[in-house]
Design a protein. Structure first.
Length: 186
């Protein structure tokens, strides 16, 4: 069994913002798997599906980004699962729009949602799929930037990145992390 946790902020105000790239990837997976993400458990919206022979739990924390760890610890303890079966998908300002980076483990960098997850889990040893959203212009407030939408002329690149990230998650589950990293990193 795998848990696929996409990071974002709940509510219409934050839909389709850069910071909700993780939610968008989970929504894309739900669409592909023909499943609803509508059960409320572990301070999150959850949907259950299968990818190949594996059961997957699609998770969208409803705690707001900076408290995402509350959902991560609750759900990982409930399912008593190894952290290598928790795949976290989130936005990354250090990657250009359309780029992905898949890692087996690592630090949170400047991402507050990941800081919360690492703190609550007491580990950074879990796979993650980072979706590029680009850097803010010099002098622009970072919070304002990540809570903004991608410019119209880059929306197609963002849509393709969301689709590619969903394919990456499917590949991790079907073929393993190393295969997915070789196929989709970059």
């Amino acid at each position: 069994m795998y848990i696929i946790m996409g990071l974002g902020n709940p509510g219409k105000k934050y839909e389709n913002t850069r910071h909700n790239a993780g939610f968008d990837v989970v929504d894309e997976l739900a669409k592909r798997l023909n499943v609803s993400i509508d059960k409320i458990k572990h301070k999150a919206l959850i949907g259950e599906a299968r990818i190949g022979t594996e059961k997957v739990i699609l998770v969208k924390p409803q705690t707001y980004m900076n408290l995402s760890g509350e959902t991560a610890i609750s759900i990982s303890q409930f399912y008593k699962m190894d952290l290598d079966k928790l795949i976290v998908v989130y936005d990354d300002i250090d990657l250009d729009i359309g780029k992905l980076r898949i890692r087996k483990k690592g630090s949170a960098g400047s991402h507050n949602g990941m800081k919360s997850i690492i703190k609550c889990l007491g580990s950074q040893d879990f796979p993650r799929v980072r979706v590029g959203v680009s850097k803010p212009e010099p002098g622009r407030d970072l919070a304002d930037f990540v809570l903004s939408r991608v410019p119209k002329d880059r929306q197609n690149d963002m849509d393709l990145a969301i689709e590619k990230a969903a394919s990456t998650v499917e590949e991790i589950i079907r073929s393993g992390l190393d295969v997915a990293m070789n196929k989709y990193n970059g």
